[in-house]
Design a protein around this ligand. Structure first.
Ligand code: FES
Length: 218
């Protein structure tokens, strides 16, 4: 069982946390490219604990900026994409893909455009996915994982729904394999139905084996 401190150390990924600093050293795939398109040009995403909006402007560039508009916090997911970026739906502040403010329609004050920027992260459309880099510059090269480049098979992209839990809870759950045959009995039978819903497929399992590996944690 983790202590509260260990849990915080291992699972927090927001800005300023040790886990967040480590994960911000890498490019992350954050969405399928094809899902952000002319019909659906914006999408809210929460990446490493930050609320952000992916968008595709009318010149075809992808951007990733803070969900909250720097003016009065309207969500940019409702923004209108234009040639030069995305305009907030509320008062029209226009941001480019780097988060620079290009126009502030109701305000006649150039210092806003000179001094204010919204949070924006570099993104790349790479191998059918949109990748984001949220760490310090310079950004590392894009990853060259062999499975992304092999040509001797078929490649299929699938987006699974996010788990509404921290990753460590999912890992702790995998230490309890006996639940599988009962909790997931509707999905693991490959056409077979268990004799009893109480026992599920429990009797198909002869035994469980646990052993300690050489890995030393915390
Ligand atoms: S809240 Fe976005 S422009 Fe005013």
């Amino acid at each position: 069982m983790l202590t509260a401190e260990e849990n915080t150390f291992l699972t927090q990924v927001g800005p300023g946390t040790p886990g967040g600093a480590m994960l911000r050293m890498y490019w992350h795939p954050i969405n399928l490219s094809r899902e952000i398109n002319d019909e659906s040009p914006t999408k809210f995403v929460r990446i490493l604990g930050e609320d952000l909006v992916i968008f595709k402007d009318k010149s075809g560039r992808f951007g990733l900026i803070a969900d909250k508009c720097a003016h009065r916090n309207a969500s940019m997911v409702y923004g209108r994409v234009e040639e030069r970026g995305i305009a907030c739906a509320y008062h029209g502040w226009l941001y480019d893909c780097e988060g620079t403010i290009l126009e502030t329609p109701p305000e006649r004050n150039d210092s806003i455009m000179r001094n204010v920027k919204t949070t924006a992260y570099p993104v790349k459309d790479y191998l059918g996915m949109i990748w984001a880099y949220m760490g310090p510059q310079p950004a590392p090269p894009m990853p060259h994982y062999d499975t992304l480049f092999r040509n001797d098979g078929t490649r299929k992209w699938l987006m699974h729904p996010g788990l509404d839990a921290n990753w460590f809870q999912a890992m702790e759950n995998s230490m309890d394999p006996a639940h599988l045959q009962v909790l997931h009995q509707e999905f693991i039978g490959r056409g077979k139905t268990p004799a009893s819903t109480t026992r599920g497929f429990t009797d198909d399992v002869e035994s469980y084996e646990f052993y300690i590996t050489g890995y030393v944690g915390l």
